[in-house]
Design a protein around this ligand. Structure first.
Ligand code: ADP
Ligand code: ZN
Ligand code: ZN
Length: 822
């Protein structure tokens, strides 16, 4: 019998460009499969779990392949489809497959010598169930809390522990440590219940008589009656009571103070409790929705990608639910992508109502154990992970049989990963993924991206539009508040026009909520010397420092460098340092002066450093513990609030005049999206846009809901100025700490590119912030006609780049490639 010598090409969990070849120890010939993990030695005595990409018989020519040491998985962890997907991402976004693996594969699967191991939080301490070696390892970990694989081997004297550790991980005895242990914080709800004294009819009656005596306590009688009306089993959520407009909050609070009503805070899991499908009413689509649904379904086989362009509140989600039902009937899986993790909390409840336990969530904030667990369940196609709701990284799950991908808010920039590589766009990657599975894709938005809409118009995607809100609710009425006028007429109070303030007041009087939107760009508090105009800047980056009241410090938004506030100007020595500009913090402060009784909160990068605080603010606003929410971009995203009657856009101009070819498109999207938060269900909302340019075309388009107007004018500009969708962009950023050296290198590189690409090369140019963390940056932009083969161009670019980096003069340059920069 012939003895075959087999080799495997493996992918290492390291930032190395290639596959590496190892030899298969003879005993493993019959069991080795692509997609399994094997233990290999790489470098000095370091062990890694590597993924087998290919099994073959080609002896490497220029080196002697080492044997791999052992196999970790009985069945492949990664399928051929996934490999193809990873490799496409690597090719398209021009990065090593290894970096795709780094985002794709939960780190729990990337066991290496230096991996830090801890006892699994769920381990029950049941030592008797462990075998000898497992016991030794657990005991070592209990004493030392955390140990690397290397240390474990040293301390226990055990060798070749990878398979053992892997099996202990599978059994939830141990797990890998991670720095970030962010978990969902459960949501806290206040419940009201009647003091047991008043549960006796007699006492309650007396109380009523007592309260009815005086006019000052009448409101408490009403509040109490409402409480009794709404309470089930003696208690009710405070938020539910407050939904009733006729109830007085202060009366309710007085009853609490008098201990007639008691408050209890209860933890409610946002994610799990809604599990039991609450036998929902079947969805009956209205005629417009029905038509949309049927168009999608009937053309599904020819047009695998649909762009669902539906105004806010048109009931896109209902259509998704119907499409999911169809997909589940075929026993296939559904991937539902959202741009932000925080948004999943709202949608998950709606989906669980229909699909119960079939809905799972996946995103990078879950911890290692949770992610590995989800991974395995999705791979097996388990019932409780038929529908996966996730942010960007969920495209990497090992779907057993994917039937449908929904990309909600497809225009959203959060779908693009900026750092580190792979700098992929999850929407675009999702379409490729769907093609690999023969699955369908729905891109949905009230304000589609110019690219997607263009593809839909050209027949590349199927276009389905919903133009009316569900139930005949009108789209909000949009007013422009002309800041030039208002200033002239002395109607400005700080940054608010009298017009906007009036509308806020009206809403508060009616117990309705208000959202104020302030674009992140442009407005923040800075210091400046009135005498010499010196501005405190960052030591490491070319930006001015931003004032933060909470910590009373000046801080760099790029690197975190911070210094205390000074009162003397270090440049001229005068004491004329003044505060300039205004940020969300300042707005919050000023509002408190105008509306002393309103409960005001702020949602921006500072208040939402952790995802849990983001969720807390959203749920406080949902439950009406906040009257006015001031925020940046974060509040524009597809959140549904029932009680918002006014949305104010504080300054439209700093969005419009941002130097970026997408500025109008983004302004239109942001303004329309934030407007869509006003008035849902039973009342028409209002939007006030404050601007110095009330007749600007982009503002007119927003007011008139003229998406196609915006689209058509953008299309003309994009064609003339050579931008997407007519051209593909690739941005190459070069970085170095020495400005001059970088300059020279960038000029040289650009000229090399020009020999091949000619006029398609733009730059080098300094980005708006030319230095970050002590590294200067120069950007070079490649603009390529759609008709050119992108892969040929990328190959050429790679060659030129590699030659450049090998060039002895420029080998210290760091570079970043961004394909389809946003
Ligand atoms: P979108 O996602 O387009 O913004 P939603 O799906 O959130 O819109 O729908 C807006 C509101 O209308 C929601 O409260 C939703 O429950 C309701 N709605 C939409 N379609 C229907 C329907 N066919 N039957 C009942 N309610 C619907
Ligand atoms: Zn000065
Ligand atoms: Zn800095």
């Amino acid at each position: 019998m012939e003895r075959r010598t087999l080799f495997v090409d493996v992918l290492l969990p390291l930032n190395v460009p290639n596959y590496y070849t190892y030899r298969v120890p003879a005993g493993y010939n019959d069991v080795i499969l692509s997609g399994q993990r094997v233990v290999v030695q790489f470098g000095q005595k370091k062990l890694y779990s590597a993924l087998v990409r290919r099994v073959h018989e080609n002896t490497p020519k220029d080196y002697i392949a080492k044997y791999f040491l052992s196999i970790l998985d009985e069945t492949p962890l990664i399928s051929e489809t996934q490999f193809l997907f990873w490799e496409w991402i690597a090719r398209y976004y021009m990065c090593p497959v290894g970096s795709v693996m780094a985002v794709a594969l939960p780190s729990g699967f990337r066991l290496a010598s230096e991996s830090m191991i801890v006892v699994h939080p769920d381990f029950d301490g049941e030592y008797s169930a462990l075998n000898e070696n497992e016991k030794i390892i657990v005991e070592a970990l209990v004493r030392q809390h955390v140990l690397s694989v290397n240390e474990i081997e040293k301390i226990t004297g055990l060798q070749k522990t990878f398979p053992l550790l892997k099996s202990m991980m599978d059994k939830n005895i141990i797990s890998m440590e991670e720095e970030l242990q962010l978990r969902y914080r459960p949501k806290e709800e206040t419940y009201l219940s009647l003091h047991h004294h008043y549960k006796e009819g007699k006492n309650l009656e007396e109380l009523f008589l007592e309260l009815e005596k005086k006019t000052t306590t009448r409101k408490q009688v009403d509040a109490l009656l409402f409480f009794l009306k709404y309470a089930t089993e003696g208690e009710v959520k405070k938020s539910i009571l407050l939904e009733d407009k006729s109830i007085s909050l202060s009366a309710l609070n007085t009853l609490v103070k008098k201990e007639v009503l008691l408050t209890v805070k209860k933890i409610e899991s946002r994610l799990r409790d809604v599990a039991a499908p609450s036998s929902p009413d079947a969805i009956i689509l209205n005629p417009e929705q029905t038509q949309a649904f049927e168009t999608i379904i009937s053309n599904w086989n020819e047009k695998k990608i649909t762009l669902l362009h539906g105004v806010t509140s048109s009931g896109k989600t209902e259509i998704f639910i119907k499409l999911i039902e169809e997909t589940l009937k075929q026993n296939k899986q559904v991937l539902y992508l959202m741009p932000e993790i925080a948004l999943t909390a709202q949608i998950i409840n709606r989906l669980r109502k229909y699909f119960g336990e079939k809905v799972g969530i996946y995103h990078s904030r879950f911890n290692i154990n949770e992610r590995s667990e989800t991974w395995t369940k999705v791979q097996k196609g388990e019932e409780n992970y038929k529908i996966i709701l996730g942010a960007r990284s969920a495209v990497f799950l090992p779907f057993a049989d994917l039937g449908l991908i929904i990309v909600d808010e497809e225009h959203d920039t959060s779908y693009k990963q900026l750092d580190p590589a792979p700098r992929y766009h999850a929407r675009d990657a999702a379409m490729y993924l769907a093609a690999l599975y023969g699955a369908k894709t729905i891109l949905a938005s009230a304000t589609p991206s110019v690219e997607s809409y263009y593809n839909a118009q050209n027949g590349k995607y199927q276009l389905v539009e919903l133009k009316k809100r569900f139930g005949g609710v009108l789209l909000p009425e949009i007013f422009v508040s002309d800041l030039k006028e208002a200033t002239k007429k002395k109607e400005m109070k700080s940054h608010f026009s009298a017009f906007l303030l009036e509308h806020i007041k009206e809403a508060l009087d009616d117990k309705e909520q208000v959202i104020l939107f302030q674009n992140r760009r442009g407005f923040s508090l800075r210091l400046e010397c009135d005498t010499c105009h010196w501005i405190p800047g960052c030591k490491h980056c070319d930006v001015s420092l931003v004032y933060h009241k909470g910590i009373n410090m000046l801080r760099c938004h790029y690197c975190g460098y911070s210094i205390p506030v000074m009162d003397t100007c270090p440049a001229c020595g005068t004491r004329s340092i003044k505060m300039k500009g205004f940020g969300t913090e300042k707005i919050e402060e000023e509002l408190a002066i105008f509306f002393p009784n309103a409960r005001i909160a702020r949602m921006d990068l500072d208040t939402t450093r952790s995802k849990t605080s983001y969720m807390q603010i959203i749920s406080d606003f949902e439950d009406r513990r906040i009257d006015i929410l001031v925020g940046t971009q974060m509040i524009t995203k597809g959140l549904d609030f029932d009680n918002v009657s006014i949305v104010g856009i504080l300054n439209a101009d700093n969005m419009l005049f941002f130097p970026d070819f997408r500025a109008f498109e983004r302004s239109f999207q942001q303004m329309s999206q934030v407007s869509g938060r006003a008035g849902r269900k039973n009342k028409r909302g209002k939007v006030v846009i404050q601007t110095y340019n009330p007749y600007h075309q982009a503002i007119r388009d927003v007011i008139e809901y003229n998406f196609s107007g915006m689209f058509n004018s953008q299309l003309i500009e994009r064609r003339v100025f050579k931008y997407p969708p007519f051209y593909r962009l690739i941005k190459i950023s070069l970085r170095h700490k020495d400005d001059e050296y970088l300059n020279k290198a960038a000029l040289y590189f650009a000229s090399e590119l020009k020999t091949t690409f000619g006029k398609r090369v733009l730059g080098p140019e300094s980005p708006p912030v030319a230095r970050v963390r002590n590294l200067f940056q120069k950007d070079i932009l490649l603009k390529m006609e759609k008709e050119l083969s992108p892969s040929a161009a990328k190959n050429k670019l790679t060659q030129i780049l590699e030659a450049f980096i090998r060039h002895s003069d420029y080998c210290q340059i760091r570079y970043v490639i961004d394909v389809d920069p946003q």
